[in-house]
Design a protein around this ligand. Structure first.
Ligand code: SAH
Length: 349
């Protein structure tokens, strides 16, 4: 296994057969070696810095019905909320004072906010905080809509591909198409966003062949960011009784993505931290270099429940900032509060 890992480390390339052989045969020793090589790669590109993104979950209304997601349309138990512009701007102000220079606006797919609303919001944040990057994560839209957000000043867009196995994708996403998802990612790239794709680990029915497809897809797409987290069941969804993804497999995927796409911005996700008390630390040690602490107002925190057992649902933004900083330092990394652009974009601000 060491040979394949070294080869990926040296060339950032691997065939599907090699990846499958690796995934089918990893043991404790080769996993430790994989994490070590991924850690070295991350140090060589980004040093020991961990970039901070302030996450604002501004609506949990959603017209989609993803089988795994706690804010899916059919979940009648979800306590729905929307933040108005003033409240979102206040979150940004508070975040800016805490040092954040990236704001991630994430939400369900909520048609209540028109393109015009999103444009107005992006412009207002940019005008208040011209030194900050804005990331949108609001799902599938037309290319024209994406272009309007970009023209308004949005810098980045997160849209996980979720799984690159078409049959599994369509089983998990009623009324959605795999092709449309991929089209959106291509549109976002063409428009010039820094783009984030990514997938869940441990979905029911998902196996090593599926992960290989995810990894090869990412290699081909060359996104700037990759979000990878374990699937965690949510009690009011059709997948309530399924098993969670594991910390081990998630960290293996993080390391492989770091080796295949050395410059990628790779979060140690909240889902990973929710699965295991040291999950985010482990994610950073496996090659992750981003964390996304929550800036949402405390009174809505416990309503954006994509999965059960989500951490930090009651904490103030300042508390999250301090807590995550201590965690980052505890495993030998250093907090970086700058915009944290992808290295290929640093000269193009
Ligand atoms: N509506 C936006 C944001 C979705 S929520 C969009 O479609 O892009 C952000 C991410 O949370 C999703 O992309 C999904 O990968 C993840 N997620 C949703 N439910 C989850 C669950 N039960 N366990 C783990 N991750 C989940």
């Amino acid at each position: 296994m060491k040979n394949i890992i070294d080869q990926i480390y040296n060339t950032s390339e691997a065939t599907g057969d090699e990846l499958l052989r690796l995934l089918n045969n990893v043991d404790e020793e080769s996993t430790a070696y994989l994490h070590l090589r991924a850690h070295e790669k991350r140090l060589s590109v980004y040093g020991n810095k961990v970039f901070m993104r302030g996450l604002i979950e501004f609506t949990n209304y959603c017209k989609s019905n993803c089988m795994y997601c706690g804010i899916r349309r059919d979940n009648k138990n979800a306590d729905r909320y929307r933040l108005d512009t003033e409240t979102i701007l206040k979150c940004c102000r508070e975040g800016h004072e805490l040092g954040y220079r990236t704001f991630v606006l994430q939400g369900g797919e909520d048609p209540f906010y028109t393109d015009e609303d999103i444009v107005t919001l992006v412009k207002a944040i940019k005008s208040n905080h011209p030194d900050c990057a804005i990331t949108l994560s609001i799902g599938e839209k037309s290319k024209e809509s994406y272009r309007r957000y970009k023209d308004a000043g949005a810098d980045r867009y997160l849209l996980r591909h979720e799984t690159n196995t078409k049959t599994l994708y369509e089983k998990l996403h009623p009324d959605m198409s795999y092709e449309a998802r991929i089209r959106c990612l291509q549109d976002l790239k063409e428009i010039g966003f820094q783009v984030g794709a990514g997938f869940m680990v441990g979905l029911p029915g998902q196996g090593n062949e599926d992960y290989v497809k995810d990894l090869l897809f990412l290699k081909k797409l060359q996104p700037h960011m990759v979000g990878i987290g374990p699937f965690i069941p949510q009690q009011d969804t059709p997948l309530a009784g399924a098993n969670s993804g594991t910390l081990e497999t998630t960290c293996i995927m993080l390391s492989l993505v770091r080796l295949l796409l050395p410059k990628v911005l790779l979060p140690a996700t909240t889902a990973l931290g929710s699965l295991d008390p040291k999950g985010r630390e482990r994610g950073l040690q496996a090659g992750g270099n981003v964390v996304m602490p929550n800036l949402s107002p405390t009174n809505v925190r416990d309503k954006y429940l994509l999965y059960d057992g989500k951490i930090c649902t009651g904490d103030e933004a300042a508390h999250c900032r301090g807590c995550i900083e201590r965690r980052i330092q505890s495993v030998g990394f250093e907090v970086d509060m700058s915009r944290g652009d992808h290295v290929d974009r640093l000269t193009q601000k």
